[in-house]
Write a protein that binds this ligand. Structure first.
Ligand code: CA
Length: 230
């Protein structure tokens, strides 16, 4: 994993580099703002440790410019002053976290590890499309060829669970646990009832059926490479 360290204090930069390299990260050090921006725009880093007080361009400017160019690296700001102002400006400029100088190397490493863990957590995309069905998870809407599918909250949750697991065979029990969330005490076929309702609505909207019945097991949303047979 590649990390960028932007720090104009040579001894500090060296000790940060050494500590990170012990954790087997590949570390590049630059010591001014222009070089930092250049590095961020030309290389892909998982994380950048960015000092605020730098020659040529300060860390805030570098961060803002990098974000404006779509740089997605996690950015940890180092601020020499314990001023709320710098921290707020840093976060406003698109930094993910800040650390106030002086700090211990252990503290820095703990912060880096936490930030990288957070960044590695997969973020489900807001929009999921399978076949002709498109689900906007943020807006809580589903459409077929741009026309809305009129789904209730449970149907929408069911569709969301199926689409986000496209290609995976889901058992009725898994679906029940995830979509209904509570212990369902009613008749055993509520999943079937909802799936057939969902199929009916998708079909009525003019889309091909994408929910395949896996007999005796559950259901599977088929992707473009697969065919619906059941
Ligand atoms: Ca500095």
């Amino acid at each position: 994993m590649r990390l960028l360290v932007v720090e104009d204090h040579d001894a500090l930069a060296r000790s940060i580099k050494r500590a990170l390299e012990e954790l087997r990260y590949a570390v590049t050090v630059v010591n001014d703002g222009e070089a930092a921006l250049d590095a961020l725009l030309t290389e892909s880093y998982a994380l950048a440790i960015l000092d605020i007080g730098l020659p040529t361009r300060d860390g805030i400017e570098v961060c803002r410019a990098a974000r404006a160019h779509g740089v997605g690296a996690t950015i940890l700001m180092l601020t020499a002053r314990d001023g709320v102002d710098d921290r707020v400006r840093g976060l406003d400029a698109g930094a993910d976290d800040y650390l106030v100088k002086p700090f211990s190397i252990e503290e820095l490493l703990a912060r880096v590890r936490a930030l990288l863990r957070r960044a590695e957590r997969p973020v489900a995309p807001d929009v999921v499309s399978v076949g002709e069905v498109r689900l906007d998870r943020a807006a809580r809407t589903a459409t077929v060829h741009g026309a809305p599918l009129e789904l209730g909250a449970t149907e929408l949750r069911l569709l969301e669970y199926l689409l986000t697991n496209a290609g995976v065979v889901l058992t009725r029990q898994q679906i029940l646990d995830r979509v209904w969330e509570y212990e369902y005490e009613g008749s055993g076929n509520i999943v079937e009832v909802y799936v057939s309702q969902l199929r009916r609505k998708i079909k009525k909207a003019g889309a091909a059926d994408l929910i395949k019945t896996v007999w005796g097991v559950g259901y599977q949303v088929v992707t473009a490479h697969q065919r619906v047979e059941g």
